[in-house]
Design a protein around this ligand. Structure first.
Ligand SMILES: Cc1cc2nc3c(=O)[nH]c(=O)nc-3n(C[C@H](O)[C@H](O)[C@H](O)COP(=O)(O)OP(=O)(O)OC[C@H]3O[C@@H](n4cnc5c(N)ncnc54)[C@H](O)[C@@H]3O)c2cc1C
Length: 521
């Protein structure tokens, strides 16, 4: 606790400030994280909040990804809020439309939708001494006492700079922009990429297209996990037996934690054998060689697919390993000089996974900008807070345990932690920001643990690592992460009464020296 924190006397507020509700909370983004933040705010009786969403409907990932075969690849029962089980999931992995419907339904049920302001993109955030000012895309602004960013991580498409791409005569688009009227039956389709989306698209289209060229830069390990229907007895129990949903959720959580531990620090023999067994179902040795990675399973995020290896063995599918040289009006030309004639070109090329808050700009205390904080790496405090950014929180931020199974339970941990901070902000009317040294220490610990995982030792490049090969992922299991974020350790925070800030209003604008995370352990 800092010296500012000793006073528990009610602060003396200017009349205007005393009259308005406190805290005014703004949540940015109406995906799974933003909706959850809204639910937890309402649980606390906080109704003075707005969720700003740039699109015209909620759902984030599941609004944007509508391509054929889109589905979660974690068990649907774990890809739901723990407090809102859905006994109606019909299969282990739910399809995108069903997931979107679940989150829409849940947002309605918990009366979150009236709080959402659609068509509103936040461009800048600036700390004004005792509150945040948010600038919006139309040049207007709004004030908030607390900001919760839930802008997502796999949100900004990564579009490769392929020469000639814009000259292609047919539809060419990123997998997040699938045209609703597109008919691919009998067509020649090119799919660029081999990650989860490319795998799902390939498996979905292979039976009906005329030809599918899968342009592969790096082969992936694909775990063949059957998408089994949820047995009738289980669906019945989840609906009618009061304790069944909770018990099943805990069972799935434990199984996922076990997988995470094996993947990041355990004996991987059985896991590797399972991955290899999937690959061994490919009968053509040349195709199998093309699809065999030169790194170990788990180095990149594992792709789970019930039927990818079946799909690529269909006569209509051709896995192209020669690198793309350029695109022309009628197709793709690869480095070996071959022209692949196409009607449709799909860029399943993933996301800018390290954008995090950007392109929003965030300017905190003493004019310190997010880019200053992140110049030498992603400095955060326990994924949710940033030094010099008081009363600002992130859901799904850097070092989120993205490989611990479904991210939904992780977002719940984030939000519960943020709500505890909010309770303190509300009760004591304070500005609360993590200390630099505490943040740097936490980041160093996570990086150290992550550097011993296969993500780093496995010799592959993946979105778990930043451009310098430093992990931005956290090897914690869900339970370990829950322990870390169980309760705020306020001695790690600078806590300043807002009344004191309002009295002094001392504003300086110096820019700090870049922060060296290693040096600040
Ligand atoms: C195809 C696909 C499948 C996936 N499957 C799984 C899975 O099986 N398991 C898993 O754990 N994860 C999966 N993920 C990851 C997925 O992104 C997360 O599970 C989850 O949807 C993240 O929710 P979110 O609320 O954090 O972010 P998002 O869903 O990305 O929502 C962010 C919201 O913020 C809005 N927004 C962004 N910037 C602004 C701004 N400046 N102003 C206003 N609004 C803004 C966006 O429009 C969006 O609605 C998948 C991702 C993809 C792309």
């Amino acid at each position: 606790m800092t010296r500012h924190d000793t006073s528990r006397r009610p602060p003396q507020l200017a009349p205007a400030a005393a009259d308005r509700p406190f805290p005014r909370v703004v949540v940015i983004g109406a995906g799974i994280g933003g909706i959850l933040a809204g639910i937890r705010l309402r649980d606390r009786g906080i109704t003075a909040f707005t969720i700003l969403e740039k699109a015209d409907s909620l759902g984030g990932t599941w609004r944007e990804n509508t391509y054929p075969g889109v589905a979660c690849d974690d068990p649907a029962h774990l890809y739901s809020y723990s407090f809102e089980p859905n006994p109606g999931w019909t299969h282990r992995f739910a399809g995108g439309p069903d997931i979107l419907a679940y989150y829409r339904r849940t947002a309605e049920k918990y009366r979150i939708t009236p709080h959402i302001r659609y068509g509103t993109r936040v461009t800048d955030l600036c700390w004004h001494g005792d509150h945040w000012q948010l600038r919006l895309h139309d040049g207007t602004s709004m004030d908030a006492d607390v900001v919760i960013s839930a802008v997502g991580r796999l949100h900004h498409p990564s579009i490769p700079a392929i020469p000639g791409l814009s000259t292609f005569a047919g539809p060419a688009f990123h997998s997040t922009a699938w045209p609703s009227t597109l008919d691919t039956d009998g067509k020649r389709v090119g799919v660029v990429g081999t990650g989860s989306s490319a795998t799902q698209i390939t498996a979905a289209l292979a039976p009906t297209v005329g030809h599918l060229a899968l342009f592969q830069r790096t082969p992936q390990w694909v775990m063949t996990v059957p998408n089994n229907p949820v047995p009738g007895w289980l669906r019945w129990a989840l609906r009618h037996v009061p304790w069944a949903s909770g018990a099943y959720y805990r069972h799935l959580s434990r199984a996922t934690a076990k997988a995470t531990r094996i993947l990041t620090r355990g004996d991987r023999t059985g896991y590797n054998q399972r991955a290899q067994a999937g690959l061994d179902t490919i009968s053509d040795p040349a195709l199998k060689a093309k699809l065999t990675p030169d790194y170990g399973p788990g180095c990149k995020r594992m792709v789970n697919s019930p039927n990818f290896y079946q799909a690529v063995q269909r006569p209509a599918v051709n896995v192209v390993t020669s690198p793309i040289d350029h695109v022309d009006t009628s197709g793709v030309v690869t480095g070996d000089g071959r022209h692949h004639s196409l009607d449709v070109l799909v860029l399943a090329t993933g996301f800018q996974a390290h954008a995090f808050l950007r392109p929003m700009t965030v300017t905190g205390q003493r004019g310190i900008a997010l880019d200053d904080l992140w110049r030498h790496g992603y400095l955060t405090y326990r994924t949710v807070a940033l030094p010099a950014m008081p009363n600002f929180f992130m859901i799904n931020g850097p070092y989120t345990p993205a490989s611990s199974g479904s991210v939904v339970p992780i977002l719940e941990i984030d939000v519960d932690y943020v709500m505890q901070c909010l309770d303190r902000i509300r009760a004591d009317r304070v500005a609360l920001a993590p200390r630099y040294d505490a943040s740097a220490h936490w980041v160093s610990q996570v990086r150290d643990r992550a550097s011993r995982t296969i993500w780093v030792t496995g010799g592959c490049h993946s979105w778990y690592l930043d451009k310098d090969g430093v992990p931005v992922n956290n090897p914690a299991t869900r339970a370990e992460f829950a322990d870390e974020l169980a309760a705020p350790r306020y001695s790690d925070f600078e806590i300043t009464p807002l009344a004191a800030i309002a009295r002094t209003r001392v504003q300086t604008h110096h820019r700090p020296a870049p922060i060296d995370i290693e040096a600040r352990q």
